[in-house]
Design a protein around this ligand. Structure first.
Ligand SMILES: Cc1ncc(COP(=O)(O)O)c(C=O)c1O
Length: 380
């Protein structure tokens, strides 16, 4: 049997297992129970935000955000094309139109200089996506939003635990959305959260997430019965998963520190490949402080990407790539207005490689990946 290093592996310890068993024994398997209340408070304190609504995924948190913000047919929302489909789907489901703009060549985050030229009278908001857990230039993005009266929804699916300046990602925009999917830094398998400091939006999100009812206020004893008060859906997370997530949140600093250490070692020990013009590594630009979510680099020649990936996999290293840019995906071509050219997005998506990165990766596993990456490129 040869070696296999998986792409991701959640770090689930004894405490998580005990918490889930305890929740089962307590019968805490429904949503919006005591554990949910505890976790919401824990997250409000940890991230320094007034409202946290737990959802079944970040996709749901993004959809909830667009519902809360009343995105209507024809409303335009500016976002990168280099992102996961959920960023755009949330807007499209409301009848809104994603307006895709290009990314920066070094951070692979939305290029703030591309935002203003794409603002029209129909523009309602901006969705920066914090790629690999590196914060977008939030001060500039918020200034543009303020100038034009737009809202900002941060897609911080990958950004949990990362900061921009002295604030956590997800707390810079009007609304922030987190993912706790199995691939993310802290996880409960499937889960997400909506964060906001705006009381009106926070209370409305709570209602929409609870089928359009004021059940959350009822559970807090603020009303004597609950009823239908707004549009709604069911976005709430089971307390069984919340039990697991509570422990993961307590471990956030430990998990993040380990991921950053692995990320930094890759960055350091693959520098030789950049010096020899095989790859281009992601740049971290202060005041962004990463959370070590993704380690990725670009091959200098996009034609090298697939053969390198294939060789890494042949050697048991489950490296991968993403994204198929949304502006050129079949849905966008068939249903959205004719897209513009996004040359940086196209180049990055054709040449990007992601290496395995998970907190329990051993030093020996990482050495194996680094040595093989050098070997494969140098024998191209
Ligand atoms: C940028 C981005 N947005 C949204 C999502 C959706 O997250 P979830 O799987 O929790 O719905 C992801 C998940 O990979 C993501 O990377």
């Amino acid at each position: 049997m040869g070696i296999t290093i998986p792409f991701v592996k959640p770090s689930i310890g004894v405490a998580e297992k005990e918490a889930v068993l305890q929740a089962l024994e307590m019968g805490a398997i429904g949503g919006n129970g005591r554990l949910t209340q505890q976790l919401r408070e824990q997250m409000q304190q940890t991230f320094g935000v007034r409202h946290v609504i737990l959802t079944t995924s970040c996709s749901d948190a993004l959809e909830l955000a667009m519902m809360v913000l009343n995105v209507r047919p024809g409303d335009e929302v500016i976002m990168p094309s280099f992102t996961f489909v959920s960023t755009a789907n949330a807007v499209v489901r409301q009848g809104g139109v994603p307006v895709f703009v290009d990314i920066e060549p070094d951070t692979w985050n939305i290029d703030p200089d591309q935002i203003e030229p794409n603002i029209t009278p129909r523009t309602r908001g901006i969705v920066p996506v914090h790629y690999a857990g590196q914060g977008c230039r939030m001060d500039e993005i918020n200034a543009i939003a303020e100038k034009y009266g737009l809202w900002v929804v941060e897609d911080a699916a990958q950004g949990v635990g990362a900061r921009y300046g002295d604030r956590y990602l997800g707390t810079w925009g009007t609304i922030g959305c987190y993912s706790f999917h199995v691939t993310k830094n802290i996880t409960c398998g499937e889960g997400g959260a909506l964060l906001t400091d705006d009381d009106d939006l926070g209370y409305r999100a709570e209602i929409i997430a609870e089928k359009g009812t004021n059940r959350s206020a009822f559970l807090r004893g603020q009303v004597d019965k609950y009823t239908w008060v707004d549009i709604g859906s069911s976005f709430i997370l089971s307390d069984l998963l919340v039990a697991l997530l509570k422990v993961q949140l307590q471990r956030m600093e430990e998990i993040t520190a380990r991921r950053i250490a692995i990320w930094e070692r890759f960055q350091r020990e693959l520098k030789g490949l950049e010096d020899d013009e095989y790859i281009v590594r992601m740049r971290v630009r202060p005041p962004a402080q990463i959370n070590g979510h993704i380690f990725a680099f670009r091959t200098v020649n996009p034609d090298w990407r697939d053969p390198v990936l294939q060789k890494l996999r042949q050697r048991g290293i489950e490296a991968t790539f993403h994204y198929v840019p949304l502006h050129s995906a079949p849905f966008a071509r068939n249903h959205l207005p004719n897209g513009r050219e996004l040359p940086v997005t196209d180049l990055v998506s054709r040449s990007l490689i992601r290496l395995p990165l998970f907190p329990d990766m051993t030093d020996a596993e990482q050495t194996y990946i680094i040595e093989n990456a050098h070997d494969i490129f140098r024998k191209l």
